[in-house]
Design a protein around this ligand. Structure first.
Ligand code: HEM
Ligand code: HEM
Length: 228
């Protein structure tokens, strides 16, 4: 990205549109629901843990569907890259430093996949978990006690993986911010101040009515599972 282009963008505010509204709403709701799940797992109350856990479930269903049906940069196909691209990006970043990237960069793309996969594991195991006292996931009764105990352990172990991925995510986000990339602002406003709109391709907005339909189905699935 040329410096002059970056300056122009910052002056005019005509940054490239990157994150569609549903992706941004997903991100900040996901943060709130995951943080609530982690907090209540440690300090209670567990009935809130079950509710926030099912909100995480609804958000995951939404985001996975949106990865196929969303705006250009929200689609998995746009940010899941092969090893050659990932290594190339890592090498370039090490030699030239960080640079602006339209959408998730090839390394960031895989960290999104890791984060979503860890939370799918977390929710799926939680549905079968039990705490030996009062709380159990809605599907715990469909398996034997020993299977439920095993999945409770999976739930606790993958909880640590979630903590580690969040730490890595925050470190990466703050590192890029420290290096002058306005990526946090982009996740709030949708627009990048580091890449000019002229350099962007269309189709980043996604269809709002499609997002509402997917969100309704996702909420319905989570509600049905919770009341199983
Ligand atoms: C529980 C905490 C968090 C979780 C689970 C989380 C999860 C995620 C996920 C799944 C994405 C991918 C977005 C998508 O394509 O759907 C993402 C991206 C992003 N997150 Fe978070 N996030 C958390 C906290 C935060 C915080 C506190 C900030 C900033 C203050 C932040 C800033 C960002 C930014 C800037 C991106 C876009 C990265 C890029 O440009 O490629 N996140 N996060
Ligand atoms: C539908 C979703 C979920 C259900 C039904 C669920 C259910 C449960 C249950 C029954 C326990 C008690 C197990 C025990 O005492 O060891 C538990 C613990 C725990 N949950 Fe969840 N959970 C869900 C989602 C989540 C999510 C999204 C997270 C994190 C982001 C999470 C993190 C934890 C952690 C870390 C513990 C262990 C607490 C401890 O140290 O004992 N859970 N969960």
């Amino acid at each position: 990205m040329a410096d002059r282009e970056t300056e122009n963008t910052r002056e005019t505010g005509a940054g490239a549109y990157v994150w569609d509204l549903p992706t941004r709403l997903f991100h900040w709701s996901f943060l709130a629901a995951v943080a609530t799940s982690l907090f209540t797992a440690e300090f209670g109350p567990m009935d809130i843990h079950l509710i926030s856990g099912h909100v995480v479930l609804a958000l995951l269903v939404f985001r996975i569907a949106w990865g196929f049906a969303g705006g250009r940069h929200a689609r998995f196909a746009s940010f899941i890259k092969g090893p050659a691209k990932v290594m190339g990006y890592a090498r370039k970043t090490m030699s030239d430093g960080v640079s602006a990237h339209l959408g998730h960069n090839p390394m960031g793309g895989w960290s999104v996949v890791a984060m979503l996969a860890a939370l799918v594991t977390q929710v799926a195991s939680g549905l079968y978990a039990n705490d030996d006292i009062l709380t159990e996931g809605p599907l715990a009764g469909t398996v034997s006690k020993s299977t439920s105990d095993l999945l409770t352990e999976v739930h606790e172990i993958s909880g640590n993986v979630v903590y580690a991925l969040i730490a890595l995510h925050l470190a990466a986000v703050f590192y890029y911010t420290f290096k002058g990339q306005g990526i946090i602002g982009t996740m709030i406003t949708g627009r990048s101040l580091d890449i000019d709109a002229a350099g962007a391709e269309g189709g980043a907005e996604g269809s709002l009515s499609r997002a509402i339909m997917i969100a309704a189905v996702a909420a319905g699935i989570a509600y049905a599972v919770m009341n199983y």
